[in-house]
Write a protein that binds this ligand. Structure first.
Ligand code: NDP
Ligand code: 8X3
Length: 256
């Protein structure tokens, strides 16, 4: 099992959900963390709490992954002690709406594509050179079951997660023979702020997504990430598809 103590992880989307739970899990393993999101007040709180609980170093970064210049500058300006990034968790992402393609909202499409696909690429592009320089690195993308299947009205969100799946496979091919390995965790139905964001703050509609189901919780995903990143250097867990027991595929969910 790989010892992560005192190594550094860069995680996107840490103000909520999977990213936040993963930050706590990696800190529990003794990692120092660069945590990022747009809601800076939230990640500052997470940083303070993690530092207190786990006595590791935490650097909160205000970052909108859709803005390449911002991503590039933030990573370029990292102090020397933060540049040896061992693990990148590409987690920031979102869904907007659940609308048939013929009724699609252009701004929603653009936000999903800009965040889930282009944002992931921007961060990855800036961190790969640091990993190459350090001769070590592990990129973990957070995909989705929606990257393997398509559900009704999921059109553009599913397309972005299919793109993440293609990028994970493409990265693994292109980085083959370098010191960097690439993995993905592809969850199904998980209760976080995801549906609240998808339905623009409609908490009742968001809650109904998980009616009668024990969904995944953020901690389940954090445990999958922990398993992946603690394998021996020469072992790569390429992909974990993680579903609630009650979910057979994207559209088949047993509700009690
Ligand atoms: P949450 O809404 O709880 O968290 C999403 C995180 O992404 C937040 O921290 C948010 O921070 C961040 N984020 C969104 N847009 C941006 C942006 N432009 N720049 C930087 N950060 C951003 O959702 P989850 O934890 O569930 O989602 C995490 C990932 O998991 C996403 O990629 C999602 O697609 C994927 N996923 C979710 C599933 C689910 O059912 N919940 C299942 C499968 C995959 P902030 O708003 O502060 O910027
Ligand atoms: C989120 C899971 O099934 O709501 O990626 O698209 S799903």
């Amino acid at each position: 099992m790989k010892n992560l103590k005192n190594k550094t992880a860069f995680i996107t989307g840490v103000s909520s959900g999977f990213g936040k739970a993963t930050a706590y899990k990696l800190a529990e393993n003794g990692m120092n963390l660069i945590i990022s999101a747009r809601r800076f007040e939230l990640i500052k709180k997470v940083a303070a709490d993690i530092k207190k609980k786990y006595k590791v170093k935490v650097l909160p970064l205000k970052l909108d992954v859709r803005n390449y210049r911002e991503v590039k500058n933030a990573i370029k300006k990292l102090p020397a002690e933060w540049r040896r990034i061992e693990i990148l968790i590409n987690n920031a992402g979102l869904s907007r709406g659940l609308t048939k393609i013929q009724d699609g909202v252009l701004l929603d499409w653009e936000e999903m594509i800009d965040t889930n696909v282009k944002g992931l690429l921007y961060v990855t592009k800036e961190i790969i050179p640091l990993m190459m320089e350090n001769k070590s690195g592990h990129i973990v993308n957070i995909g989705s079951i929606a990257g393997h299947e398509v559900y009704a009205a999921g059109n553009v969100y599913c397309a972005t997660k299919h793109a993440v799946d293609a990028l994970t496979k493409g990265m693994r091919l292109d980085l083959n023979g370098t010191p960097i390995k690439v993995s993905t965790v592809d969850p199904g139905l998980a209760e976080t702020e995801f549906s609240i964001v998808r339905f623009r703050g409609d908490k009742t509609r968001a809650k109904s997504v998980y009616n009668g189901v024990r969904p995944l919780y953020a901690e389940d995903i954090a445990e999958a990430v922990e398993f992946i990143v603690t394998r021996d250097d020469e072992v790569n867990v390429a992909e974990i598809i993680l579903l609630p027991k009650a979910q057979a595929n994207c559209s088949t969910v047993f509700r009690s």
